[in-house]
Design a protein around this ligand. Structure first.
Ligand code: GLP
Length: 313
């Protein structure tokens, strides 16, 4: 697949005004999730774009695998092949528990390469993560930046300059989000985008409701997400930062290919909604159905077992 229909370069100006930073229409994106935007309806604001026709959606290919270990084998091999064979565009990476066995398996695969192959991989590495919390220094072990360092950068021997994440610790997070969008565009946009799935249907930190035209921005995290991610903060959702920087659906859908990875019974309900219903702002991950090369990789537990409505998918 050469190029998808949404590109990161559609906007004529990256950050034309504070009101346009989010890029979301007020109809589609919950102001609760967007952070303070007092100028949101100034005359400078671009008119909201209509969401793409729901009749144009596609059923993503579904790869069914037995368990998280089989999923990790499959996805890690795919990531390595992408990086070695199609290095022109960066990898799009995600954090979260779903990704942990995948990065562990990727490290094993890389250690199995010859020293020359490993060095070649390091020389051509480029990745951009989806998101990070606002207010955590990059050195804070709870930041996604630190997590990517320990799970990927260190085991693979990568130059930290090649493993990009938004700077959630910046004094001006709005400017950091804008800088991150510019850096991704300068790198050519994402080649293969790896996605996890939030319990509320978010991808990256694009909280529902959210439309497909949303762009890289600072937003407020929902109570569901702060609860879901509390494990990394001693189990206390109150300690999870209230804001984050995330790539938007527009940057995600501009990737050449998308891999949505879903494991575990806790995700069965949200995955069934995603696969069986048309795309909707209520389930931001469902916008991958607008992408011509989106693949869902799921284990049996996430697919709901033998009596699931997904058996005939
Ligand atoms: C998190 C991240 C996502 C991640 C998702 C699922 O909040 N922002 O990028 O993919 O939620 O997380 P997990 O794999 O831990 O279920």
């Amino acid at each position: 697949m050469s190029k998808s229909f949404l590109t990161t370069t559609e906007a004529p100006n990256w950050c034309p005004s504070p009101s346009a930073k989010g890029g979301d229409s007020p109809e589609l994106c919950n102001p609760e999730n967007q952070g303070p935007r007092p100028e949101a309806l100034t005359p400078n604001r671009r008119p909201p774009q209509a969401p793409p026709s729901p009749t144009a959606w596609l059923n993503p290919q579904l790869i069914r695998l037995a368990d998280p270990a089989a999923v990790a084998d499959w996805v890690a091999a795919e990531l390595l092949a992408e990086r070695r064979q199609r290095p022109q565009r960066p990898l799009g990476l995600a954090t979260g528990r779903t990704m942990e066995p995948i990065y562990a398996r990727l490290a094993q695969l890389v250690w199995g390469l010859t020293p020359a192959q490993q060095q070649d991989l390091r020389n051509r590495w480029s990745s951009f993560n989806l998101d990070d919390y606002v207010g955590l220094a990059p050195t804070d072990p709870r930041s996604f930046k630190a997590e990517m360092g320990s799970r990927l950068g260190l085991p693979l021997g990568l130059d930290p300059e090649r493993v990009h994440l938004p700077d959630g610790g910046a004094a001006d997070p709005e400017a950091a989000a804008c800088d991150y969008a510019k850096a991704l565009a300068a790198a050519g946009g994402i080649g293969l985008q790896l996605l996890g799935l939030g319990l509320n249907g978010h991808v990256g930190f694009n909280e529902p409701p959210c439309g497909p035209e949303s762009r890289c921005r600072v937003l407020n995290l929902s109570a569901t997400t702060r609860q879901q991610n509390a494990a990394g903060f001693g189990g206390d959702p109150e300690l999870v930062p209230r804001r984050a920087i995330t790539l938007g659906l527009a940057e995600i859908l501009a990737a050449e290919r998308i891999l949505l990875v879903v494991t575990g019974a806790a995700k069965a309900e949200v995955l069934a909604r995603l696969l069986l219903q048309p795309p909707t702002p209520a389930l931001p991950a469902s916008w991958i159905k607008l992408h011509p090369a989106a693949v869902v990789v799921a284990d049996e537990a996430a697919l709901g077992g033998p009596r699931s409505a997904l058996q005939g998918y």
